[in-house]
Structures are given as structure tokens and as C-alpha cells.
Design a binder for this molecule. Structure first.
Ligand code: AMP
Length: 547
């Protein structure tokens, strides 16, 4: 027997309608390339989204076709998020930090019909355009006064396009499983793979993300997504923040600029901000150098890479800001786990509390997790054993877009292999210890490169640290640590090894430490272990004495 409840489709359009009705005066504040600070309300933004939908219609883009964006975080990108998906088209957010060949590949693979671009990416597109035969036109996200001179074919201006359209548009009633957005993961090998989100998955992810022990969002919040909107839906902020009626603050192209972030936080009364660890390093550095503090910020949400405890400590101790670790993937919309304390944990001693905070957190309802060994046997949740992390749930990819191999993303029981290695403790807190391919296998035992990196960056003389496994005749592989020294720059190997010895098992200690000026990063801001392996792959460790 079926229940007798309405089968209302879960669509992004329903979020938009809810916001228009219930929080029309909620604000979106943006820094954009053409304006230092721009303000509009949700009512205005959705009215503009209807004009945009009319324009897309006029351009002849049909149901389910892909429309791409190459843009930072601002109100125009927000409007595109709603206009494209709610018109029944697919929003393809492109990461401009990808290599040019990767952008060429994904635009052609996605068969994008139009690309909406920020002014600053026009030169990049001019170079690529001859290789993008399927793209019919380029829309520059600016007004007529700021339109660049360009050789791009069929060049259009965003504001001019909107001016010509009416605010009346009848949003189509979509099936909730309709594709809404497409985001390619920048895999380290092979071509990037497309993750195709649906309206239903997005709505469920939006509900879950806002929960009190997750992002804890409410109408009174002011949220600054420093995570780019092209990185896994900007962690869902374009949906979650309006859904609860909170104010959105977008930093435009100034994501890594500590001064702008601080100014926006203070002038707009930001209460919650989201981003990868590197942006927080930039902000904290600015706060240190200028001697200012944060008066309204209550919490930061950090994901994308493991957040060093040093960042969390500095936020809490100097600025009264609590940092929450979150973990997820492009394939997971992206949220999987979130770190909030359970009742009673506040009274734990400092060290025990730090150990909890360093973990990536507990599964959000909607995400099932398990860890397995190399034979696929499930491992206990004891916080000790580590294995491959597998997940399943309604906002996790079941397949990649048009790979030609259907069902390739899941195992026979429907679990998605995250490629991460993790422990899970008895309270359900998951901790990433490595990527499967980065774990260091020393004499048959596993060493976590992330634990070693976290331990190293806790030293004040270390700005950034990365650990890779290099060949060793006796142990098969041993850790090599690569360090970018911090201010002062007079840290030596022995001092750092002594410091590390107090934090990790003796047999985990790196066999050597090299100091460098810079560590390579991927397009999503993570340390590029591939780049490091290319540079240090043949490194001969001083302990590797057998010929
Ligand atoms: P992406 O799809 O680019 O978001 O990358 C997802 C991957 O980033 C995950 O599989 C993890 O390896 C890594 N990741 C994401 N969040 C965290 C975190 N909080 N701590 C450690 N690694 C993370």
C-alpha cells in the first residue's frame, strides 16, 4: 500500500519559489570584476533569472542542452545557476584553473552550446575557441560599458541580453530526476570525468546541509562562500543559503585575497564562511600582518583537503571563530561528513578534543559509509584500522557522464569507491588518512601521508608540507617530506624531525626532509602529489643504502 501523500517533485525551481515567497528581501552582496560592491535582493535576482531564461530560449537552447559558465562567485553566476537548471537545461560549471587542454576536452565532451564567461577569461577563450566547434556563442558577464574588444565569434553582453527580455517566464514543471548541473572532476590521470547532478539530489543535499549539526544555517546568518561556485556546486551554498533565507556574500575574483575577505566579513557582518585550507592561510596571514581581528564571524567550514589543526587553533584562540571540518567529493554533490561535537565532548581534555576536531566528521543523514580492506572485507569502526572508504546515497553519482561504460562507478552492491583511505571511530567520526594512491606502504604497513603533513604544519616554521612515498630497497617505500619553510626560514631537518617525533610513531618519521620554495597545487587547490612524484620520484633516500 502506498502512503497518501502528495508526490511533489523535488526541484531546484521549488527552492526558488520558496525563497521568492518567503525571503524576497534577502540580500546577495557581490564583488564583481566590473563593480567593487554590488547588492540585490533574492526577488530581484530571480526576476533577472526569468529574463535570462527568456534569453536562453531566444538563443534556441533546447531542453537538457548544456550551457557552460567560466566564472567566479558573484550574483550573475548565481542567476545562471537558477535560470539554466530551472529552465530544464544543464548548468556546466567549468574550473578556469584547469589546463587549457582539459577545458577544451570538457567543453567538447559536454557539447556546451554557449559559454557564459567573466571578462578576465576572454583571452583564454580566444585561444581555445578554434578548438571548440560546438560552441555557438560567448556571453560576457558584464554590462555594455565594460565589454572587452574580442575576436570571439558571436560575442554577447550579459546585461544587454537581459535588458531585451521580459520578466515573465513560466518555469517548466520538471521531473525531479531531470539533470540540473554538470561538473567535471580534475582527475590526476586520464581525462576529467563529468558528474551529472539531478534536481532531486540537489534538493535532498540542500536540506541535509542546512541541519544544525551540519552547516547549522538559519535566516539570521550571513554566509561567505570562498569556495568557488565551479567547485562541486560551491558546496551547495547557492541553494542552501537562500533556502533558509540567509544573506549571501560573494567575493568575486578575490577568493585568495585576505584583505578583501576581511573587509567583506566586517562590513557585511559575515557569520559563516566556507573554503579550502589555503584561503584560510591567506586570511590568517593578513590578520596577523595587519593586527586586525574578526568581530562577527562565528564559524568557518573547511573541506577539500585536510585542515591543519594550526589553522583551527589560530581561528579559535585569536579570533573566537570555530572551525568545522567537512569532507566530500564532486561525485557527492559534495557533502559526505561534517564535524560537530557530540553532547559531552566539550568537557574532553584539550588533547582529546583536538583529536576529534582533526577528523573529517560524522556521516550526514543521506550518506552511508563503510571502510574495507584490500579484499573488500568491511573493517570495524574502532578509529584504528584504516581501509578504502566507500559511500552510497541519493546525492552520490551512480555513473559518470557519457563514459561509454555504464555502471563503471559502482561496485556490485551499489557502493561508490571514494579513492580515500580512512578510519571511522566508534562514535562515527571518519578521518581521512590518505588517497588510495598516496598512502605509503612501508614493509607491508601503511603510513598516512596526511597525518605526517598535519604534524609538520603544526610547527610554526612550516608554511606547507607534503609527504610522498619513494622507493626503498629494504622497505619497498619510505616517506619523504617536502617542506616550504615559513617566516624566518631557518628551520633545519633535525629540529623538524625532533618535533615530529613527539606527534607520530617513530617508524612513520620521514627518512628525509627537503626544503623547497613552492609546492605544486592542482586546479582545486590541493597539493599535487603527482607533480611532486614527477620531481622527486627518483629521489634516493639517505637510508636506502643497499645497492
Ligand atoms: P573534489 O572532488 O575535487 O572535491 O575532491 C574530493 C577529494 O578531496 C576527496 O576524495 C578527498 O580526497 C579530498 N578531501 C575533501 N575534503 C577533505 C577533507 N576535509 N580532508 C581531507 N581530504 C579531503
Amino acid at each position: 500500500m502506498h502512503g497518501l501523500m502528495m508526490n511533489t517533485p523535488l526541484t531546484i525551481t521549488s527552492i526558488m519559489r520558496h525563497v521568492e515567497r518567503n525571503s524576497p528581501e534577502g540580500e546577495i552582496v557581490s564583488v564583481t570584476a566590473d563593480q567593487p560592491l554590488h547588492r540585490l535582493t533574492y526577488r530581484q535576482a530571480f526576476a533577472r533569472a526569468r529574463k535570462l531564461a527568456n534569453a536562453l530560449n531566444r538563443l534556441g537552447i533546447a531542453s537538457s542542452e548544456r550551457v557552460a559558465t567560466l566564472a567566479w562567485n558573484d550574483y550573475r553566476h548565481f542567476e545562471l545557476y537558477y535560470a539554466i537548471s530551472c529552465a530544464g537545461l544543464v548548468l556546466h560549471t567549468i574550473n578556469p584553473r584547469l589546463f587549457a587542454e582539459q577545458i577544451e576536452y570538457i567543453v567538447n565532451h559536454a557539447e556546451d552550446r554557449y559559454i557564459f564567461t567573466d571578462v578576465m577569461f576572454v583571452p583564454l577563450l580566444e585561444k581555445l575557441a578554434p578548438q571548440l566547434p560546438g560552441v555557438e556563442g560567448y556571453v560576457v558577464m558584464t554590462d555594455a560599458a565594460h565589454m572587452p574588444q574580442s575576436t570571439l565569434p558571436n560575442l554577447l553582453c550579459y546585461e544587454t541580453l537581459l535588458e531585451a527580455e521580459s520578466e515573465d517566464f513560466e518555469w517548466p514543471e520538471l521531473d525531479e530526476n531531470t539533470a540540473s548541473a554538470l561538473c567535471y572532476t580534475s582527475g590526476t590521470t586520464g581525462n576529467p570525468k563529468g558528474v551529472l547532478y539531478s534536481h532531486r539530489a540537489t534538493v535532498l543535499h540542500t536540506y541535509a546541509s542546512a541541519l544544525p549539526d551540519v552547516m547549522n544555517l538559519r535566516a539570521g546568518d550571513v554566509v561567505l562562500p570562498v569556495v568557488p561556485l565551479f567547485h562541486a556546486n560551491g558546496w551547495g551554498t547557492t541553494y542552501t543559503v537562500p533556502m533558509v533565507g540567509a544573506k549571501l556574500v560573494f567575493p568575486g575574483p578575490k577568493l585568495g585575497d585576505g584583505e578583501t575577505l576581511h573587509r567583506l566579513m566586517e562590513s557585511e557582518g559575515v557569520t559563516a564562511a566556507l573554503g579550502v585550507p589555503t584561503v584560510w592561510l591567506a586570511l590568517l596571514q593578513y590578520l596577523r600582518d595587519s593586527g586586525v581581528t574578526l568581530t562577527t564571524l562565528q564559524r568557518t567550514i573547511v573541506g577539500g583537503s585536510a585542515c591543519p589543526l594550526a589553522i583551527m587553533d589560530e581561528f579559535r584562540e585569536k579570533h573566537g571563530v570555530e572551525t568545522h571540518h567537512a569532507w566530500g567529493m564532486t561525485e557527492m554533490s559534495p557533502l559526505g561528513t561534517f564535524n560537530s561535537l557530540l553532547p559531552g565532548m566539550e568537557t574532553l581534555d584539550h588533547q582529546a578534543l583536538q583529536a576529534v576536531r582533526a577528523k573529517q566528521g560524522r556521516a550526514v543523514y543521506g550518506v552511508e559509509m563503510k571502510i574495507v580492506d584490500d579484499e573488500g572485507n568491511e573493517l570495524p569502526w574502532d578509529g584504528e584500522r584504516f581501509g578504502t572508504l566507500k559511500v552510497r546515497g541519493p546525492w552520490i553519482a551512480s555513473d559518470y557522464y557519457r563514459t561509454g561504460e555504464k555502471g563503471s562507478a559502482l561496485d556490485s552492491k551499489g557502493w561508490f569507491n571514494t579513492g580515500d583511505v580512512a578510519t571511522i571511530d566508534a562514535s562515527g567520526y571518519m578521518q581521512i588518512t590518505d588517497r588510495t594512491k598516496d598512502v605509503i606502504k612501508s614493509g607491508g604497513e601503511w603510513i598516512s601521508s596526511i597525518d605526517l603533513e598535519n604534524a609538520a604544519v603544526a610547527h610554526p616554521g612550516v608554511l606547507e608540507a607534503a609527504v610522498i612515498g619513494v622507493a626503498h630497497a629494504k622497505w619497498a617505500e619510505r616517506p619523504l617530506m617536502i617542506v616550504v619553510p615559513g617566516e624566518g626560514g631557518n628551520l633545519d631537518k633535525e629540529t623538524l624531525l625532533e618535533f615530529l617525533a613527539a606527534h607520530v610513531a617513530k617508524w612513520w618519521l620521514p627518512d628525509d626532509i627537503v626544503f623547497v620554495d613552492e609546492i605544486p597545487h592542482t586546479a582545486t587547490g590541493k597539493i599535487s602529489k603527482v607533480g611532486l612524484r614527477e620531481r622527486f620520484g627518483d629521489y634516493r633516500l639517505p637510508t636506502d643504502t643497499e645497492d
